[in-house]
Design a protein around this ligand. Structure first.
Ligand SMILES: C[S@@+](CC[C@H](N)C(=O)[O-])C[C@H]1O[C@@H](n2cnc3c(N)ncnc32)[C@H](O)[C@@H]1O
Length: 217
């Protein structure tokens, strides 16, 4: 764990509490919307899974397999203690140090695409390579870090710092739409979560996406 990991990321409970304070009912609404895109019995790979809220509260008991990946050792350890297959991996590591992602029916990334800017396509391509059926991305387009209320802006900025960099830039509705336009042939649907703070994109991989980088099951 990096020395400069923000306080917010030092405790799963603290992180979840902050999310609830900052996002209120929209935090759960987003999780429900994303979970609603995952078919019963599907295997799931979640990148940047954080404290595993999606799995623990919305998927457990109805999915076949779940693997959560995060760079935060505390989140990973806590999930492993709860019997979840959580793995520590820096998904922004240079290409030469990258391990292939495990394959799954549904590959999910929530509120974390901005960590990979300016190369957001790189992580989307890796997700498409690992996905057998769908890629689900939910991303904030109205960001608390740019709030006009100073305390909210500070908390929002803290909440975005995982301690490995990659949190300086954010998406707007326009920049996310421009990125996703490059995947328009794979787009199954897109919709805002209740409250409009985040957009959900559901993509279907094409056979060409799977050639090369995905790992075994
Ligand atoms: C804003 S949180 C979102 C957590 C969770 N997806 C959610 O919606 O509650 C971002 C997460 O991405 C993780 N993360 C950031 N950069 C990462 C990287 N390079 N590799 C793996 N995980 C990373 C952080 O540790 C954190 O858990």
């Amino acid at each position: 764990m990096s020395e400069r990991t923000s306080l917010v990321y030092r405790s799963a409970a603290g992180y979840e509490l902050l999310m609830r304070v900052l996002y209120g009912r929209h935090y759960a609404a987003r999780m429900r919307a994303v979970a609603g895109e995952v078919p019963n019995g599907a295997s799931v790979l979640e990148l940047c899974c954080g404290p595993g809220t999606l799995y623990l509260r919305h998927l457990r008991g109805r999915t076949a397999d779940y693997v959560g990946i995060d760079v935060n050792q505390r989140f990973v350890d806590r999930l492993r203690r709860r019997g979840v297959d959580a793995r520590r991996l820096d998904l922004a590591a240079p290409a030469t140090e990258r391990q292939p992602l495990p394959s799954a029916d549904a590959v999910i990334l929530q509120a974390s695409l901005y960590h990979f800017l300016p190369d957001a396509e790189g992580i989307l391509d890796r997700m498409l390579a690992a996905a057998r059926e769908k890629v689900i991305v939910s991303e904030p387009v109205r960001n608390l870090a740019s709030s006009h209320v100073p305390i909210i802006a500070r908390l929002g900025a803290r909440a975005a710092d995982p301690g490995v960099g990659g949190h300086a830039q954010r998406f707007t509705e326009e920049s996310l739409e421009a990125l996703m336009a490059r995947y328009r042939e794979r787009l199954l649907r897109s919709f805002p979560i209740p409250g409009g703070r985040e957009m959900v994109y559901v993509l279907a991989p094409s056979p060409a996406d799977r050639s090369g980088t995905a790992g075994g099951p």
